[in-house]
Design a binder for this molecule. Structure first.
Ligand code: ADP
Ligand code: GLC
Length: 485
């Protein structure tokens, strides 16, 4: 089965969040499940510079000018499958992240940049590469949403018969643009309609995916239910309820080749379930690296996160004194919202030795935080899947999470009965309030004061397995279902 994965990010080359981890790991898992996957990514500098053995496949006409972009095929390090790269130097060859400039302001022509990605996917579905034509095009997040619209338009002209799958990684980011930008997208005018990609007078790339895809998936079973409610539907819950038969919640996996303390080269000392001693070395090394007091007896709480409204970090700040007064330590790695950055900087200044913060994307430090922490805090307001709690489980850093989305699907609270049954893996709070968060924090300290029980929960956490194999099987079932239709 020939599957084209379309994504704007790709670990390890280009990453702003979990989308990159997924896009980087899914192809190998699909190949292991018997599919023939390939990738289509924009030619951002980090990707373009890594492409080898490249050849030109076809030009892609820009709908808004006489110019053309080039669709290349080649190889990227770490990927066993051929990769298509959309080379459009004026559009993708820019500093900053995939979506905005160095200070995070969205590029004004993002609608053109990502419409072109969708167009390139449609050209591949039409067979511009005579040696490989996808049967299924699997588009990730709003950046790839127009692939579904372009393929539908081309299919109605009988130019392709590919099926499309659209995965929602985060419904809160929708790719909304003014209506007058529609003429740049290269789509037939009737597509700008309620039964299309119009959304309250704007163009929505997310809605293009949700409306035109043959199947929709999202990254956890709970989030698949939550987005069908007005509270979490971001205005699209009606459409999602309408498409409920085609909507599947498929939990993300962990790439244990990257995220396992047994063979992680970026941590101070390897360790595993059978030989957990090295975790203490990792903790001391992290404390030294971040300027925290080197104390084995202080429970160390780690945060690795985009600093955005979604991630619930105001709860951590509100209850910071509880954590400090009880003798805990906190290390925060992340950038984003200026007020949150300032608040964590202030906390670090007020509590030297107990609170540390680092900014920027630092993959190595992220690994050292999972390895060195006793708890990872993920109190997100909403969370489609969440990978950091899964990495915490793998590294024996017990996740403390809000029961929402994928967090509730993957962490088992340390209640007395789950402790007795050996099924507890972390701390889960229900209401999104500082009080509920505080109570979970107190449960963590209560467990910490009973080391034998702590070790038991940590073992259960490290025994969890969220490999990509299970997710790949479920995606295969979705693809097969579409091809049989
Ligand atoms: P989201 O995609 O919403 O940001 P996820 O939990 O799915 O959340 O994935 C976050 C990913 O980004 C994880 O791989 C996490 O380790 C990584 N990450 C987040 N912030 C940083 C940072 N400042 N430095 C390095 N990695 C980070
Ligand atoms: C999004 C979500 C996150 C999810 C990731 C990968 O960024 O916010 O919950 O884990 O995508 O699917």
């Amino acid at each position: 089965m020939r599957i084209l994965q379309v994504s704007a990010e790709l670990f390890p080359l280009l990453k702003t969040g979990g989308l990159a981890d997924v896009a980087g790991a899914l192809p190998a898992a699909l190949a292991a499940a018997g599919a023939e996957p390939r990738l289509l990514v924009p030619g951002f500098p980090a990707i373009r510079e890594s492409l080898t053995k490249e050849c030109a496949v076809a030009p892609v006409a820009l709908p808004w000018s006489e110019d053309r972009a080039a669709l290349l095929r080649g190889r990227l390090p770490g990927f066993d499958v051929p990769v298509y790269v959309l080379d459009a130097p004026g559009l993708f060859d820019r500093p900053g992240n995939p979506y905005g400039d160095a200070v995070g302001v969205a590029y004004p022509d993002n609608h053109r940049r990502f419409a072109l990605l969708g167009l390139a996917a449609a050209r591949l579905a039409e067979g511009v590469d005579a040696s490989w034509r996808p049967e299924v095009v699997h588009a990730h997040d709003w950046h790839a949403g127009l692939a579904c619209a372009h393929i539908a338009a081309s299919r109605s002209r009988r130019r392709n018969d590919a099926r499309t799958v659209f995965t929602i990684h985060n419904l809160a980011y929708q790719g909304l643009f003014p209506a007058d930008h529609f003429c740049d997208l290269g789509l037939p005018p009737p597509h700008y309609a309620v039964e299309g990609l119009e959304f309250y007078g704007q163009v929505s790339f997310m809605k293009a995916g949700l409306h035109f895809a043959d199947a929709i998936t999202t990254v956890s079973p709970s989030y698949a239910r939550e987005i069908q409610t007005p509270e979490q539907g971001c205005g699209l819950d009606g459409l999602l309820r309408h498409r409920a038969q085609d909507l599947h919640g498929i939990l993300n996996g962990v790439d244990y080749a990257v995220w396992s303390p047994a063979h992680d080269r970026s941590i101070a000392q390897a360790y595993s379930l059978d030989r957990p001693e090295g975790k203490a070395d990792c903790k001391a090394a992290l404390q030294r690296e971040c300027g925290l007091d080197v104390r084995a007896d202080a429970p160390l709480f780690g945060v690795v996160s985009r600093l955005t409204e979604q991630k619930g970090l105001p709860l951590v700040l509100e209850a910071l004194n509880d954590l400090i007064d009880a003798g805990g330590q906190l290390v925060v790695l992340g950038s984003g919202d200026a007020r949150l950055e300032a608040a964590f900087a202030d906390a670090a200044a007020r509590h030297p030795g107990q609170v540390a913060r680092r900014t920027g994307m630092d993959e190595g430090l992220a690994h050292r935080i999972y390895a060195g922490s006793d708890v990872v805090l993920v109190p997100s307001r909403f969370e489609p899947c969440g990978l950091t709690q899964l990495y915490g489980l793998s590294y024996g850093a017990l996740p403390l999470v809000h029961r929402v989305g994928g967090l509730g699907d993957t962490v088992v609270d340390t209640t007395l009965e789950d402790l007795a049954a050996g099924t507890a893996t972390g701390f889960v709070f229900n209401a999104f309030t500082a009080d509920a968060y505080r109570r979970a924090l107190r449960r963590a300290f209560a467990l910490w004061s009973r080391p034998a029980y702590w070790a038991r929960v940590r073992d259960a956490a490290m025994r969890q397995h969220f490999g990509w194999g299970a997710a790949a099987q479920r995606y295969m079932a979705v693809y097969e279902g579409l091809l049989q239709r």
